[in-house]
Design a protein around this ligand. Structure first.
Ligand SMILES: C[S@@+](CC[C@H](N)C(=O)[O-])C[C@H]1O[C@@H](n2cnc3c(N)ncnc32)[C@H](O)[C@@H]1O
Length: 301
């Protein structure tokens, strides 16, 4: 009799029922439902996220759009010790039109949040996953957090995705993953400062871009001419193939400004040959080339 009692307790502990009291909120208050593995977490995304998490070893991750937690739990399981993942979702019982029109998906709506919390409990990720039940933009305004990785998978409407990126970009800590390597020449003369750069901008773990350019800051304003070309392997690790180059022109002064030609010796501004280029006031970004997404779609610029 004693053995049956002990075995029953052990069973309850392993199923997570007795330890529910020790769970942090909001997990503690939930009536646990059976595990539900439904989701839209594609194999391509798994491979790329695993690669990025392995390389970046982020301490803070934000996920926008968690549904029942398929991607949430996958990422949480890959994080290093002490890392946390904020799962931002409104877990709205209305659902989008696409969800409402599918009987299987819409059947999940009534208990969506409860199922998400239950799934995280079943997978023992409650110390890592912090649910934020808010609209994504509301959360971007309300939360004072910085993350090394923000996974955007909430609404898939073009405008919503754009807004999620714009609102969450300021929360992204890129300090640890951006590196500038190369040669920089500075020349202080007249009333301003000239900077010549011949460098690589390394964006871990995606790849590097070559940056050559010139920038002048003086009493009239800022003038810059920067050429950027992407290394052939840029983006390969996350399934993107770029063949693109870009030219950025900035002139904040009120008149056209002459730029030193590319063969000008920074130490001798009069040494360049060829017709000097003039940058007109304003901002110009010209991108040429193509981007291939995951081998199934191409964007030509
Ligand atoms: C495509 S599902 C997420 C799928 C999930 N990442 C997975 O791997 O299974 C989109 C989720 O985003 C949530 N969502 C959509 N628009 C939102 C918004 N504006 N704010 C917060 N959550 C939103 C929905 O409730 C839904 O759970």
């Amino acid at each position: 009799m004693k053995c049956i009692y002990m075995c029953l307790i052990a069973g309850l502990i392993s199923s997570g029922i007795l330890i529910a009291k020790e769970l942090p909120e909001p997990y503690r208050s939930v009536d646990i439902l059976p595990f539900d593995d439904h989701g839209w977490f594609a194999q391509n995304n798994r491979i790329r996220l695993e690669y990025i998490i392995d390389k970046l070893k982020p301490k803070v991750v934000v996920e926008l759009g968690s549904w029942l937690g398929a991607s949430t739990i996958f990422m949480a399981e890959k994080l290093s010790e002490g890392a946390i993942l904020y799962a931002v979702d409104n877990w709205n019982q209305q659902g989008s039109a696409g969800v409402q029109n599918n009987p299987l998906w819409s059947s999940k709506l009534k208990t969506l949040y409860q199922s998400f919390l239950s799934n995280v409990i079943h997978k023992k990720m409650t110390q890592i996953v912090i649910p934020i039940r808010m609209d994504t933009l509301e959360a971007a305004r309300a939360l004072n957090i910085t993350a090394e990785l923000v996974y955007v998978d909430a609404s898939h409407e073009e405008e919503d995705v754009y807004n999620d990126i714009i609102h969450w970009y300021p929360h992204l800590d890129i300090g640890g993953i951006l590196r500038l390597e190369g040669t920089f020449s500075f020349r202080l003369g007249g009333d301003g400062l000239d900077i010549y750069a011949n460098a690589s901008l390394v964006l871990e773990p995606i790849g590097s871009v070559d940056v050559t350019g010139w920038l002048r800051i003086d009493s009239q304003g800022l003038v810059a001419l920067i050429d950027i070309s992407l290394d052939l392997s840029f983006g390969e690790s996350i399934g993107l193939e770029f063949s693109a180059s870009a030219r950025l022109e900035i002139n904040t002064t009120s008149s056209g400004q002459e730029v030193p030609t590319s063969n000008t010796d920074p130490d001798d501004p009069s040494s360049g040959s060829g017709t000097p280029r003039v940058i007109l006031p304003g901002f110009l970004l010209r991108i040429e080339g193509s981007i291939n997404f995951l081998g199934f779609a191409s964007l030509y610029l």
